[in-house]
Design a protein around this ligand. Structure first.
Ligand code: HOZ
Length: 427
């Protein structure tokens, strides 16, 4: 595979960006080799600067359920751009997208658009603190909710991928209010409630963890969180930045039938453009300024390009048929990978919920960060490189999720499985 242009672009990039990238996991440090510089995306494919084509299972880290550059989404963006790229004032598009999201997720009674998942989670936590007038929050080891100070504590995603300690620069006073429990371990949550009575404002959780690789909730875990938070007057926040429209068309809250108090969403509601949102119970949302005193603002919030792309993308995935197809395709991929690994005698653990999946190189069932981190990262790196050589682009970390789109056809999945067969044989 010729990647000469990517190599020289990476050298140049390192002179202007720390580590040569604008987000750490992209640097391929966990898998070796060097990042590919992407020229364009089309459907289920990515094309790098040297013209190589890859089947893409990253899909901009999840949001591209309709694939790259879907004509309807592109048309919506083009038409919106002709009408102006930002108003810094309300527009009818915001109401249309809000209503569309609320149709998918009826637990969201009111919503506020922001520009990223990070902004959504940090605003939702400020809101939970304002509502409860308490300061402490609980998050889970290995879950990642963006890079706000209070959330960079035992975090997943890039922090886990690079094996970093909690980030320097985060004030210890801020981190002190972030309590950490074990995913899928209600006793660890109960212990924190016991230790800090009437002080916990919020529990924030990825209802299906995606940022330590996919780790589904064990039966009773989310139900337990709901009842503990209700019992203690604590706000339950489902961070559905990754799971929203991915594990089910109504998100994890619909799949598991749990009503969180607040939900956070990310780029998926903008068809992949920079957007996020937080929303939930009307009584809580009424505290957001200017309806209430909790301040949060942004010029690009609700910007017309992202709203238009989101409206187009969500209308494409509204059809029930589309979900059946996605579920079947993801199931076929999961079964085929399992079969390929078995034939090659490579022990793996597969996790999948809806269209999110991870293949862990491990003999241990992944249920929390402790079990996940037992996975063989070196073997994953070899597998990743082999898949890449064979034209399949996976997330460059054992601790991230894979995703499929409505454009991942049977034929594309077959090609992926051929590559996997070969990769398992040699990794
Ligand atoms: N933290 C992101 C995935 N969970 C990666 C972001 C990126 O590199 O784009």
């Amino acid at each position: 595979m010729n990647i000469t242009k990517s190599i020289s672009l990476f050298q140049e990039a390192q002179t202007v960006f720390p580590g040569g990238v604008n987000s750490p996991v992209r640097a391929f440090r966990a898998v070796g080799g060097q990042p590919l510089f992407i020229q364009r995306g089309e459907g289920a494919y990515l094309f790098d600067a040297d013209g190589n084509r890859y089947i893409d299972y990253v899909l901009s880290w999840g949001p591209l359920i309709t694939g790259h550059a879907h004509p309807d989404v592109v048309k919506a963006i083009q038409e919106a751009a002709l009408m102006g790229t930002s108003y810094g004032a309300p527009s009818p598009l915001e109401i249309e997208l809000a209503k569309s999201i609320m149709d998918f997720m009826p637990n969201i009674e009111m919503i506020r658009f922001v520009n990223s998942g990070t902004e959504a989670t940090m605003s939702a936590l400020r809101l939970a603190r304002a509502y409860t007038r308490r300061e402490k929050i609980i998050k889970f080891d290995g879950c990642y909710h963006g890079h706000a100070d209070m959330l960079l504590v035992q975090a997943g995603s890039g922090v886990a991928t690079l094996g970093l300690p909690d980030s320097p620069g985060v004030p210890s006073t801020v981190a002190a209010d972030t309590l950490v429990a074990n995913f899928n371990d209600l006793e660890s949550v109960e212990a924190l409630f016991k230790k800090w009575p009437d002080q916990i404002a919020a529990v924030i959780v990825e209802p299906v963890a995606g940022n330590m690789g996919v780790v589904p909730p064990l039966p009773g875990f989310l139900e337990g969180l709901r009842s503990l938070t209700t019992q203690h007057g604590t706000v339950l926040i489902f961070d559905e930045v990754m799971t929203g429209f991915r594990v089910h068309k109504g998100g994890a809250q619909t799949l598991y039938n749990i009503k969180p108090d607040l939900t956070t969403l990310g780029k998926v509601i903008g068809g992949g453009l920079p957007v996020g949102a937080y929303g939930g119970r009307r009584e809580i949302m009424q505290l957001v300024a200017p309806a209430g005193p909790m301040y949060q603002a942004g010029t690009l919030s609700g910007n017309p390009l992202a709203m238009s792309a989101g409206i187009a993308a969500l209308s494409l995935i509204r059809e029930e048929k589309c979900w059946e197809k996605l579920e079947q395709a993801a199931g076929r991929l999961e079964a085929g990978i399992g079969e390929a690994a078995k034939r090659a005698g490579v022990p793996i653990q597969q996790t999948r919920v809806g269209t999110m999946f991870t293949t862990f190189f491990s003999e241990t069932k992944p249920v929390d960060w402790n079990t996940v981190k037992a996975a063989d990262k070196i073997q994953f790196g070899k597998f990743f490189q082999k898949m890449l050589e064979n034209g399949v682009y996976l997330a460059p970390s054992q601790f991230e999720a894979g995703f499929i789109s409505i454009l991942h056809t049977d034929e594309i999945i077959e090609k992926t499985l051929e590559a996997a067969m070969e990769a398992f044989r040699t990794c």
